[in-house]
Design a protein around this ligand. Structure first.
Ligand code: ADP
Ligand code: MG
Length: 269
């Protein structure tokens, strides 16, 4: 599975699922924090107009002078958009509700699918020396999500351990195929991670069985349990790894980070 054509630079991963509330933002923040903790330089791009990742990492709206909107639509410089966070090695490009008009504005733009791709390949990017870029996508298959898929090497899909979880997946996969057939033939599936898993609940176990049976190796070994610490951490504006370092949620995202990094070193050998 090695990809010798992949240029040096960060590995860019879109965290996507058109369903809301499945754990995209929680995964983007905490996987990002876990990779950062393991010594990687990580940029999180908030591509959701709701700005939950920005808030969850402690950026007040007043601090968001330049946002991903400016990055995509006004060719703002990365260095103006990127902020440090309280987590070492973790940076964020924030969003605000401005981004909700982006979809409409993008339609009229000739390069509408490639704007984030271009933004992430600014010469400026080199100086940050990021190892990973995670893109927190909005809950839709809009042009914003297409921009993320075009700009990325791979897509990571959080799947909520509940009934109908697999239903929406075929639509996402169709979009992935369309992006492959047009703008980004090398787009891979990074993997599918089960989230909000409740071991006491038969339904959770059935979803896991179903997912492993139909999706096979695409499903990460790591499962993110339902863990109240994960839902509390954003209100303290820090990742769960800082809020409660020994919690089940923190441990799960550390394991996920290791699994992802492990897969990469395997495939690049
Ligand atoms: P999305 O970005 O896909 O809309 P979020 O990451 O915002 O989803 O998660 C939706 C809600 O569920 C949030 O309130 C979040 O705190 C909570 N949540 C996410 N993952 C977990 C988990 N593993 N355990 C408990 N709560 C979670
Ligand atoms: Mg979200």
């Amino acid at each position: 599975m090695s990809d010798p054509s992949r240029p040096p630079g960060p590995r860019i991963i879109a965290v996507a699922n058109q369903k809301g509330g499945v754990g995209k933002t929680t995964t983007a923040i905490n996987l990002g924090a876990a990779l950062a903790e393991q010594g990687h330089r990580v940029l999180l791009i908030d591509l959701d107009p709701q700005g939950n990742a920005s808030t969850g990492l402690g950026l007040t709206v007043a601090e968001r002078r330049y946002t991903t909107y400016d990055l995509i639509l006004d060719e703002a410089e990365l260095s103006d958009v990127i902020h440090e966070t309280t987590t070492a090695n973790l940076w964020i490009a924030p969003s605000t509700t401005d981004l909700s008009s982006a979809d409409i504005e993008l339609v009229a733009n000739e390069k509408r699918s490639f704007l984030l791709y271009d933004a992430l390949r600014q010469p400026d990017m080199d100086q940050f020396a990021f190892d990973y870029v995670l893109i927190d996508c909005p809950p839709s298959l809009s042009l914003l999500t297409v921009n993320a898929l075009v700009a990325s090497h791979s897509v990571l899909v959080p799947l909520q351990s509940e009934f109908f979880a697999l239903e929406g997946l075929s639509q996402l996969m169709l979009t992935v195929r369309q992006v492959r057939d047009s703008a980004n033939p090398n787009l891979r599936i990074e993997g599918i991670v089960l989230t909000m898993f409740d071991g006491r609940n038969n339904l959770s176990q059935m979803v896991e069985e179903d997912a492993r049976e139909t999706l096979g190796e695409m499903v990460f070994d790591t499962i993110v349990p339902r863990n109240v610490r994960l839902s509390e951490a954003p209100s303290y504006a820090i990742p769960v790894l800082q809020y409660d370092s020994r919690s089940k949620g923190a441990e799960a995202y550390r394991a996920l980070a290791q699994e992802i990094v492990g897969r990469h070193t395997e495939t690049t050998r």
